[in-house]
Design a protein. Structure first.
Length: 257
C-alpha cells in the first residue's frame, strides 16, 4: 500500500514538473537520432583507429624498423627509439574516445573498463588483420609513389622516407671487401662495414641490387653494421631505381628488384 502511494507521489511530482516546464518531454525520434549519431561516431572512430594502427605497422615494416628486434637488447632499444610516438599517442587518444562512446551503450554500461578496452583491442586486431589481407596500405603507398594520391600521399612519403640514425633501408649498390655501399631512400651513398659480430642473412649471399635494411649507428657516411636483413619495400623504390640507373649508366627498367 505504501509502495503504491510512493509511486503515485513520484508520478505526480514528475507531472507537476512537466507542467511548470522543469522537465522537457522528448519524442522517440530524438532518442532514435541520438542513437544513430552515437553509432555513427563509434563507427568513424573505430575505422580511424584501425586505419591509423595498421598504418603504423605498415610504416614500421617499410622502414625496416621491425627487423631491429631480431638483434638482441641493442636492437630492441633501436626499435623503441624509432617508433612513431606522435601516431601512437593519437592511437591512445582514439582508444579513449572510442571507449567513452561505447560506454554509452547498455551492453557496456557499468561494466569494468577492462572489458570495453579488451573489446576494442580485439576489434583493432581483427580490423588490422583484414586491412593487411587486402593490402590497403601497399596500394595507397604505390599511388603515393606515382603521385596519384593527392590527399594522403604526403603522409605515406613522409613517414616512408623517414631517416633514422640506427636503421638504414636501401639497395646494395656495390659489394666491397668488408661490406657494401648502400644507396638509401634519400639517395645517399652509405658505406656499410661488417665486423666479426655482424649478423648477416643466412638464407642467401648478399649481392648488388638486393634491397636490405642495415641496423647500426651511422657516423658521417659510414655505418658499422651489427645486423643486415633482406626485405622488400615500396616507398622510395621508384626514386632509388632512377638514381641507381643514372649512376650505373644503364636504363632504370633493368633494375627490377
Amino acid at each position: 500500500m505504501n509502495k503504491t502511494k510512493e509511486n503515485k507521489s513520484i508520478k505526480n511530482t514528475v507531472l507537476d514538473k512537466i507542467k511548470v516546464g522543469e522537465v522537457e518531454m522528448k519524442s522517440k525520434w530524438h532518442f532514435i537520432l541520438q542513437g544513430l549519431l552515437m553509432a555513427f561516431g563509434v563507427f568513424i572512430f573505430a575505422i580511424a583507429l584501425v586505419y591509423l594502427f595498421s598504418f603504423i605497422l605498415f610504416i614500421l615494416s617499410q622502414n625496416g624498423v621491425v627487423f631491429a628486434t631480431e638483434f638482441g637488447f641493442h636492437g630492441i632499444s633501436v626499435f623503441f627509439m624509432s617508433l612513431p610516438w606522435v601516431l601512437l599517442l593519437l592511437v591512445c587518444i582514439f582508444v579513449i574516445i572510442l571507449e567513452k562512446l561505447v560506454k554509452k551503450y547498455s551492453f557496456s554500461y557499468r561494466k569494468p573498463i577492462l572489458y570495453s578496452l579488451l573489446g576494442i583491442l580485439i576489434m583493432l586486431l581483427i580490423g588490422t588483420f583484414c586491412v593487411s589481407q587486402i593490402g590497403l596500405h601497399q596500394k595507397l603507398s604505390r599511388f603515393a609513389e606515382e603521385d596519384r594520391l593527392s590527399i594522403w600521399g604526403g603522409m605515406y612519403r613522409g613517414y616512408g622516407m623517414q631517416r633514422f640514425n640506427n636503421v638504414h633501408p636501401g639497395v646494395i649498390n656495390i659489394i666491397t671487401e668488408d661490406g657494401f655501399i648502400l644507396t638509401n631512400k634519400q639517395g645517399e651513398s652509405v658505406v656499410v662495414r661488417f665486423n666479426i659480430d655482424t649478423n648477416l642473412p643466412k638464407e642467401k649471399e648478399l649481392k648488388e641490387g638486393d634491397s636490405v635494411v642495415v641496423i647500426g649507428e651511422r657516423i658521417g657516411d659510414s655505418v658499422d653494421a651489427f645486423g643486415v636483413r633482406l626485405f622488400d619495400f615500396i616507398i622510395g623504390r621508384n626514386s632509388m631505381r632512377e638514381m641507381m640507373g643514372e649512376r650505373r649508366g644503364f636504363p632504370t627498367s633493368t633494375l627490377d628488384y
